[in-house]
Design a protein around this ligand. Structure first.
Ligand code: PLP
Length: 433
């Protein structure tokens, strides 16, 4: 039976607790697991048998979260982590070693940009940046040491959907998997179905949805033929000295699991250690259950907000896929098949001063550096998230002085519009005072 997303988030990977019959997934707040015998323990550690040994590499509560998000994205397995940052970092570190490189889209979350431009580069993994305006830029930046491509489905502030199918195809012809950060577009975009091989999420955002817990996840699409690319992908195809010569594609085949997720769990996570706590995995499972419903409401609210702002005299430009034309629209139609998303950008005629006045005038929307919450959120990037960049870098990233980013929540649309309206009025009052 192939279930739909609305059903998978409630049912995938769990029926009831085998010990008690509990329907809700229990919080298995344990570090370790009693081995029934020495033989059993030996088999677990030698990977002859799969099972829980220690919560750094696996936990029964976390396991359900991993199975559900993998099912939702259409992958074969997943690894949940302590944060989205850990997910991004580990997704790359699994494939790229010192002297290797990856090619990444320039349009990235700030934390990922820093990770790639500074932290990974300082440790010998070069990240080459490609402008996603032309998919061919990825091919041009590729050489024999390129191990992966990386991009975000719906990067803000530009909110132009990434050409997933085109770049994935360029990579697949050369044995290079595309890793897609789908944080801003769960449910509405299906990167694996478009050809991406790996999906990462900051589960902190829409998946959790209630602003309570930091978490991340890496999903193995199971749709990439690693064995066909032995030279290109040595991490998957050559004996791993850190695991008594295991070859991850062979381990995976023996157990019918994803080779990539087995590698990340058994080496990168084992050694760098950023496990999510079982409690946070539980919180994210609660959020996941209502994700499709929230996304539906958030997308319809955001579309209404975008249309309302577009008619407002104080607003010079509105950025939302529902209003795009030309190539951006064509990409949105191909990638965002479930709706245009719930992030909305807009520009105020009065520049940075008006941006700050608008934010200070909000009464209902929260002023926070976050997205994806059930509550509506706002931020003025030029004076906050993007303030460390030079003025030119800010403009190149799409942040003008008067740019405001909204993450629209599930409140009643009338109340959201009323708050935006009074905050826009407050700009004029403050400016006149
Ligand atoms: C927030 C975010 C991250 C980082 O996730 P954390 O859970 O905060 O570590 C990565 N990518 C995108 C697109 C994000 O919005």
């Amino acid at each position: 039976m192939t279930l739909k997303p609305e059903t998978l988030v409630l049912h995938a990977g769990w029926r009831a607790d085998p010990a008690t019959g509990a329907v809700a997934v229990p919080i298995y707040q344990t570090t370790s697991y009693q081995f029934p015998s020495s033989d059993h323990a030996r088999e677990l550690f030698s990977l002859e048998r799969l099972g829980f040994t220690y919560t750094r590499t696996g936990n029964p509560t976390t396991d359900v979260l991993e199975k559900r998000v993998a099912a939702l994205e259409g992958g074969v397995g997943a690894l949940a982590l302590a944060s989205g940052q850990a997910a991004s970092a580990f997704s790359v570190l699994a494939l790229a070693r010192a002297g290797d490189n990856i090619v990444s889209s320039t349009d990235l979350y700030g934390g990922t940009w820093n990770l790639f431009a500074n932290t990974l580069a300082q440790r010998g993994v070069e990240v080459r940046f490609a402008d996603p305006a032309a998919p061919e830029n990825f091919r041009r930046a590729t050489d024999e040491r390129t191990r992966a491509y990386y991009a975000e489905t719906l990067p803000n502030p530009k909110l132009i959907a990434f050409p997933i199918a085109e770049v994935a195809a360029i990579g697949r012809a050369q044995g290079i998997p595309l890793i897609v950060d789908n944080t801003a577009a769960p449910i509405i975009a299906r990167p694996l179905a478009l050809g991406a091989a790996i999906v990462v999420h900051s589960a902190t955002k829409y998946i959790g949805g209630h602003g309570t817990s930091i978490g991340g996840i890496i999903v193995d699409g199971g749709n990439f033929d690693w064995t066909a690319w032995k030279d290109r992908q040595p991490a998957l195809n050559t004996p791993d000295p850190s695991y008594h010569g295991a070859v991850w594609t062979e381990v995976a085949q023996r157990h019918g699991i994803g080779a990539y997720v087995a590698l990340v769990r058994s080496t990168v996570q084992r050694d760098l250690g950023a496990p999510i706590s079982p409690f946070n995995a539980f919180q994210l499972l609660q959020g996941l259950e209502t994700l499709p419903l929230r996304i539906e409401r958030q997308v319809s609210n955001a579309t209404a907000v975008a249309a309302w702002l577009a008619r407002h005299p104080q607003v010079t430009r509105v950025i939302h896929p529902s209003l795009q034309t030309g190539e951006a629209r064509a990409r949105a139609d191909r990638v965002l098949t479930g709706g245009p998303g719930a992030l909305v950008g807009f520009e105020l005629a009065g520049g940075a001063a008006d941006g700050a006045r608008f934010i200070d005038g909000l009464k209902l929307l929260y002023h926070v550096a976050n997205i994806g919450d059930a509550r509506s959120l706002a931020i003025h990037p030029a004076t906050t998230t993007h303030s460390q960049l030079s003025a030119e870098e800010r403009l190149a990233s799409g942040v003008t002085p008067g740019y405001v980013r909204l993450s629209i929540g599930i409140e009643h649309i009338d109340d959201i519009l009323a708050d935006l309206s009074q905050a826009l009025d407050a700009i004029r009052l403050q400016a006149a005072a």
